[in-house]
Design a binder for this molecule. Sequence first.
Ligand code: GLN
Length: 476
Amino acid sequence: MSNINELTITEAARALRVHKFSVRELWDATAAIAIAKNKDIFAYLELFDANDVDIASAQKRIDSEGDAAPLLCGIPLAVKDNILIKGKIASAASKMLENYRASYTATVIEKLQDAGALFLGRTNMDEFAMGSSTENSAFGTTRNPYDKERVPGGSSGGSAAAVSANMAIAALGSDTGGSIRQPASFCGLVGLKPTYGAVSRYGLIALGSSLDQIGSLTKTVAGSQILFNTISGRDVRDATTIPKELYPFKKVPNKLRIGVPRALLEKGVDADVLAHFNEKLTALDAAGHHIIDINLPTSAYALAVYYVIMPAEASTNLSRLDGMRYGLAKCGETLLDDYLKTRSQGFGPEVRRRILLGTFVLSSGYIDAYYRKAHAARAVLANEYLAAFKQTDVIAVPTSPSSAFRRGERNDPISMYLEDLFTAPANITGMPALSVPMGMVDRDGTKLPVGMHFTAPYQAENVLFAAGMAIENIHV
Ligand code: GLN
């Protein structure tokens, strides 16, 4: 058997049930590796003390309930630093909230606690989840476990690096424009962004409220399914949540119709990434699935739409961080001075850039030209996807145009924003999407993972999991 911290959720759950090892042993093995590797990888901002974690209850439950115990019972997970756990710091990797302790617990955390899951610590991220590399954290950058000179992706880079380096069995992230799926692709993991409203956002520090979803980073599609089933469902504290009765929305067909928007892949995708993508499609075709050419012309505008709507919502959400309510407070000569001091010292450069962008597109002179136009285009894009789903079950693209890039390489914001090319449409439309490993590419003698990205219609996560498993089952 491999080291127990290297197991998947399913393997660890099975082993706990047959008493191959105890919950305590699984926790200790995972926490020890997390502590040892964190100096190098910096996946965690904080590792929690074992004494604060109810290891004994999880063990008791497995002993008494056996197979009936939830699969996540006793499984050590990592949690992105923008998800609240009462009494713990939740900083969103920002100086603004460096010492902020959550006064309540997020619904997803409550659900996981009810299932007996254990939390190892809070993971590093881009400040307020703005970024694609985890370089925007106010507390230092996380390294990619495959090559420490490279980024793990972002903004959930700490969660991805933690799972990829076996410093957690699985992790929670948040995804506003690709922040679960792109780091999953860079770190060789499965990343799920659920349907908008499938998972409660209560207790998630908001970035773009109409785009945000909490999701998972796991080693397998089965793990993704287990976490999704545990954290999803209606929550009276988040009015956008969907009741479980509406699932499953769709029957999973035996043979999938897989739409490929070829025109989108013509420019900007690395040749070897595209080669892996085509190879997997050929294998899926050989396995009896149907590959269908589709057109999604409005996707060309998806990034522009995203970078209007997201900053607009972010600037609104972050207005509460003014030194009067939570977090950092710097005193000046006047009230305005207080605001200026607090916000310029508390927020990093990327956050300030987006606040400026967001307030600009919402300002009275420009709201029609930018924000309302972006909203109109958002509706067109969603309709285009809905039309495409009349003839397809899932839509496939590479998750990112490239593999993990070097630290410091994308120093202009536009080149960083291009990372979201294939992932942002799922947030704009609200549809569920999954990244699943599709192979390794060679960069300067190092092998780096790349991911395949599937989008499904609303509430059709089950179809996504089937597509992901079809990729896992290809052995070429
Ligand atoms: N990379 C995107 C951005 O910088 C996505 C962020 C996210 O999903 N949280 O906005």
